[in-house]
Ligand binder design. Structure first.
Ligand code: ATP
Ligand code: MG
Length: 473
């Protein structure tokens, strides 16, 4: 584990007790019994966490933390307080201490506070380093992402843009297929010619035909004048055939012919027009399944799919979430004429836990809603709608999935139920674990284990909800 903790408390036996608990978990621990000893240790060694009593002879715990932060600005603080000094503990959180624990406490409570602090440290460290790198490798134009698959996509865009090779983009809804298509076009020699997009899935067969190829006057009832189609508009540029997996069998044949011959005619016309258009297509359907079921012509697929680009879903690249948040907030600030400066660490953690069925578009929408409901300059969890709440994203406690074996499914439902039950009970008891254990009849140790297992943040249930550490943007 390798995390280094300095424990400061004037009671020697208590210090040793904590030392044993922490060392058993693999932490490297040093102790100090007064503030001057602590300052000496802080100057001579580096620590990740300062775990200190609030009431020390000489400096108090908060003052010690403030000095420690001058020695190492990235050190995290956890303060132990006696009963009755909660308000000073809350005040110390305002000054940058990560967490406090009330004495006497059980080992589990201590370990939870330490683990929470470590999680927060990791996230803050990641954000610090991201901030440095965001303008370097972690974006390609306005496409944001540091995940290694995104890096490969950036390479592909650069390789494919100068050529006329057809590109076939796959990925779930909202992952950025259109964004990638545009990036290819705007990095290509065709960039000063049109980029023409058409959603093939949204149009009926005859409408799609007329839209793609255009028509001559009198070609059909209602064709009162000649109209040029998207292929013709796109001449010299790029056409983006979105939802190309949805087109009808007859249109598949027509499109295949156009791609083979590189020529087409307007509907009702007999003059053939040479096609000079780069073709990029996209689908969020499983095109291979369609081919296997005989619903999609494999020859057309081969014509379209010269260079495949698959964009991973957002849940496969959660490391990109904080980067995207930092990308969208300044844009939303501008659009909404706001000045949001930060997001709390727990709000960021919630975004990272959500499953994002709507991918980046959904993230954009969630942030937009948060802008509407935030009054101050910091976004917190209450500004998100319930859909980003981990529990809701997993489905209700009673929703069942019959595609998985019974035992696995039962255990999943049990876990969801347990999480909801424990979380609701803690909420009712305002985060007081002993009281919750008493009321629910769950053994205290078992309850702690469940709090840990389901990563429940008991601070959220406390009535005196201390301010949350924030991530400045
Ligand atoms: N990597 C990214 N970086 C920044 N913004 C992104 C990224 N991916 C997607 N977006 C934004 O998310 C929104 C959805 O992207 P886009 O329309 O390209 O998705 P799509 O895959 O075409 O979705 P659909 O399948 O629903 O058509 C857009 O506002 C886009 O700018
Ligand atoms: Mg799209």
């Amino acid at each position: 584990m390798g995390y280094r903790i300095l424990v400061v408390d004037d009671q020697v036996s208590f210090c040793n007790h904590i030392l044993t608990i922490l060392e058993n978990e693999g932490y490297e621990v040093m102790v100090a019994h007064d503030s001057s000893q602590a300052v000496n240790r802080l100057s001579a060694h580096s620590f990740d966490i300062l775990l200190t009593d609030m009431n020390l002879p000489g400096l108090n715990g908060l003052e010690l933390f403030l000095i420690a932060s001058k020695i190492d600005p990235h050190i995290s603080g956890v303060i132990m307080t006696a009963y009755g000094t909660i308000s000073s503990a809350v005040n110390s959180i305002k000054q940058g201490v990560t967490d406090y624990i009330q004495k006497p406490f059980e080992p589990e409570a201590l370990l939870m506070a330490i683990e929470k602090t470590i999680r927060e440290r990791r996230m803050l460290q990641e954000i610090r380093s991201l901030r440095k790198e965001v303008s370097q490798r972690y974006a390609f134009g306005n496409i944001i992402g540091k995940n290694h698959k995104m890096q490969i996509i950036y390479d592909m865009i650069q390789k494919v843009a100068p050529t006329d090779a057809r590109v076939f983009i796959t990925g779930e809804t909202g992952v950025g297929k259109e964004l990638v298509a545009k990036a290819i076009h705007f990095n290509s020699p065709r960039k000063n010619r049109p980029f023409v997009g058409i959603n093939c899935g949204a149009l009926s067969e005859t409408l799609l035909e007329a839209e793609l190829f255009g028509y001559e006057q009198g070609a059909f009832t209602g064709a009162t004048r000649t109209k040029i189609g998207k292929f013709e508009y796109a001449q010299g540029g790029t056409i983006f055939l979105d939802e190309v997996g949805d087109i009808s069998p007859r249109m598949q044949v027509q499109l295949l012919r156009v791609l083979q011959e590189k020529k087409f005619e307007r509907v009702g016309g007999n003059q053939s027009i040479d096609l000079d258009v780069k073709v990029i297509s996209a689908t969020n359907q499983d095109i291979h399944a369609k081919i296997n079921q005989g619903e999609y012509r494999v020859e057309l697929f081969y014509r379209l799919n010269v260079v495949p680009i698959h964009i991973p879903s957002l849940r496969e690249r959660i490391e990109d979430i904080s980067l995207l948040v930092q990308h969208f907030i300044p844009i939303l600030n501008k659009n909404f004429n706001r000045n949001i400066k930060a997001i709390t660490a727990r709000a960021m953690a919630q975004l990272m836990q959500h499953t994002w069925p709507g991918n980046v578009r959904e993230l954009e929408n969630v942030l937009e809603r948060a802008f509407v409901t935030t009054e101050g300059d910091t976004i917190d969890v209450i500004h998100f709608s319930r859909t980003t709440n981990g529990a809701t994203a997993e489905g209700s406690p009673y929703s069942v999935n019959i595609d998985i074996p019974f035992k696995v499914a039962r255990s999943m439902v049990e876990k969801r139920f347990e999480k909801a039950y424990v979380s609701e009970s803690l909420k009712r008891c305002e985060g007081n674990v002993t009281k919750t254990a008493h009321v629910t009849g769950i053994n205290t140790r078992t309850l702690w284990r469940k709090i840990k297992e389901y990563e429940l943040d008991i601070d959220r249930f406390r009535s005196q909800n201390p301010p949350q550490p924030i991530v400045r943007l």
